[in-house]
Structure formats: structure tokens, C-alpha cells
Design a protein around this ligand. Structure first.
Ligand code: COA
Length: 283
């Protein structure tokens, strides 16, 4: 267990060989890297950014890049155009799928979304409009969700005679509770941003014009903290929720101890005592 934690911590600073996605040109995504923040725009506005196989594939490559590139410290996912974050899986690709194709599609999407969730760096969904089906599930796989006032969330799959395939039945009840999740999943009802805030589906609702700047501001606030400590929090919460309370406590104590060996802990505490801002180096 300790070895895994060490690897997670070391990964931030490893100089890695070129990896898939590092230098590639995407056809369905835009990737902008500034000040350590990779902003990834899902770019099929004419189809409300629906997740076809190409988007899923490229989202997987982008997640790999975010996880592996030391120049990327955190990430924001957003949809292109004024109407949608992502309006779901591309229905035109689902029509006529065989059971095996459906299962493979689901497993591929689950694996890609999981890569985002477990990339070891903070990921914020900036939800600008419809986040339906796979779009809601993609937002759920992110660590935080910031919504514009026009955002709409839903799991409408049952209206199409199918269920969620990219983690909705798994993550939604964990985030908002079983009763509320089942209401959304069974009715397929679309909810507005303020209801999403009220039930804890999103962290913040802001005017549309402030969406990206707010997401960037929140991410910068996170990135100003000790990166090893941030990474440890992500690891502990993402794995801890699936452990028994006692196992999760043990895991927390291990990392609490391990972080004591970092230069950053010394710096963070010295900065507090000296009443100055900390200068974290990620060591
Ligand atoms: N898959 C494929 N195409 C989609 C899509 C999806 N999930 N969602 C929207 N589109 C396409 C539409 O077919 C349309 O394409 P066209 O112009 O070539 O006909 C385009 O995006 C614009 O969508 P449209 O339905 O005209 O916009 P609207 O404002 O009238 O309605 C929605 C917006 C989101 C309410 C509606 O598009 C919708 O219900 N989408 C499906 C949501 C869904 O069920 N998602 C889960 C899928 S498992």
C-alpha cells in the first residue's frame, strides 16, 4: 500500500518519455495549456458535443496527457458553444448496437472517465448548458463541478429505453445519495443549475460569462497549495470511499505520515509560523 502511495507522489515529478496525446492534434477536442492549467474543450457544438467514439477516444488520450505531463498541474473540462457541456452519448452510434458492442462501448467510456477521475491532478467540470446522460456522467467523474446559470443536468437514458453506461448509476448515488439519484435515474428528469446546487450535484453556480474564469480561479486556489498534499487528498477520497472506515483511516494515517517527509510540509509550516506565503516546490 505504501509503495503505491510513494509512486503516486513521485509521479508528479518524474521526467517521462513522450506519451500518447502529448504532441497530438485532436479532431474533437481543443487543448489549451496555460500556467499549468489544461483547459480541454469538447468541440462538436453542432451536435451539442455528443460523445461519439472519436470524442471518447480523444478524451482518453487527453486524460493520459494530463496524468503524465509534469507541465500540467490541473485541468478544466468544458463544452464548445453556448448550449451544451455534453448532451450525452451520440445516439446515432447507439442505434442498432449489439449487446456485445453496447457492453464494449460502456466499458470503454467507464475506463476513460475513470482515467480522468484517477489522473492524480484536480479536474473541474465547467458545465455550460446541457449535461445530459454521458455529459452528466463526465461531470460526475470530475472532482469538482462548477455550473453556469443555464446548466441543465439529467440522466435521460431511460427515456430511450436504455440505462446509463458511463458510471451514472455508480457515481450519482455516491455524490447526491441514493434517493435523489434514483429519482433522477428513474424519471429521467432534467434539473436546473440551482436544484443541482441544492442537492450537492454541483459545487457552485455562476453567471455564464464568469464560468471559465471562476473555474480557473478555483483551480488556481487549489494549485497554490502543496501539490503532494492535494494529490494525497484526491487519492484518499477516490480510494477511501470504497474501503471500510478502518481501512480508510489506516490509509489516511499512512499518507499523513508520508507527507511529513516532504520539503513542502516543512515549507508550509515554516511559512505559517513566519507569517508569509508558502513557496511549494512539490518535493
Ligand atoms: N446524440 C446525438 N446527437 C445529438 C445528441 C445526442 N445525444 N444531442 C443532440 N444531438 C444533435 C441533434 O440531433 C441535433 O442535430 P441535427 O441538427 O443534425 O439534427 C443537434 O444536436 C442539436 O440538437 P437539438 O435536439 O436540435 O437541440 P434542442 O435545443 O432542440 O434540444 C436537447 C436539446 C439536449 C434537449 C436535445 O438535443 C436532446 O434531448 N438530446 C439528447 C439528450 C439525451 O437523451 N442524452 C442521453 C443519450 S444516451
Amino acid at each position: 500500500m505504501e509503495v503505491i502511495f510513494c509512486l503516486v507522489l513521485i509521479r508528479h515529478f518524474a521526467t517521462l518519455p513522450p506519451l500518447p496525446g502529448r504532441a497530438m492534434t485532436y479532431t474533437t477536442l481543443l487543448l489549451d495549456l496555460q500556467d499549468g492549467i489544461a483547459t480541454i474543450t469538447i468541440n462538436r457544438p453542432e451536435k451539442l458535443n455528443a460523445l461519439n467514439a472519436a470524442v471518447i477516444e480523444e478524451l482518453g488520450l487527453a486524460a493520459e496527457r494530463v496524468a503524465s505531463d509534469p507541465a500540467v498541474k490541473g485541468s478544466i473540462l468544458i463544452g464548445a458553444g453556448p448550449k451544451a457541456f455534453v448532451a450525452g452519448a451520440d445516439i446515432s452510434e447507439l442505434v442498432g448496437q449489439t449487446p456485445i458492442e453496447g457492453q464494449r462501448r460502456s466499458m470503454k467510456g467507464q475506463q476513460v472517465f475513470r482515467r480522468w477521475e484517477r489522473c492524480g491532478k484536480p479536474v473541474i467540470a465547467a458545465v455550460n448548458g446541457f449535461a445530459l446522460g454521458g455529459g452528466c456522467e463526465l461531470a460526475l467523474a470530475c472532482h469538482l463541478r462548477i455550473a453556469s446559470e443555464s446548466a441543465r443536468f439529467g440522466q435521460p437514458e431511460v427515456k430511450l429505453g436504455i440505462g446509463p453506461g458511463y458510471g451514472g448509476t455508480v457515481r450519482l448515488p455516491r455524490l447526491i445519495g441514493k434517493g435523489r439519484a434514483l429519482e433522477m435515474l428513474l424519471t429521467g428528469r432534467t434539473i436546473r443549475a440551482e436544484e443541482a446546487l441544492q442537492i450537492g450535484l454541483v459545487n457552485k453556480v455562476v453567471p455564464e460569462a464568469e464560468l471559465l474564469s471562476t473555474a480557473t480561479e478555483v483551480l488556481k486556489q487549489i494549485l497554490a497549495n502543496g501539490p503532494l498534499a492535494v494529490s494525497a487528498c484526491l487519492e484518499l477520497v477516490e480510494t477511501g470511499l470504497d474501503l471500510s472506515v478502518d481501512e480508510a483511516f489506516r490509509q489516511e494515517a499512512h499518507l499523513f505520515g508520508l507527507l511529513s517527509a516532504t520539503t513542502d510540509m516543512g515549507e508550509g509550516m515554516a511559512a505559517f509560523l513566519e507569517k508569509r506565503a508558502a513557496n511549494f516546490t512539490g518535493q
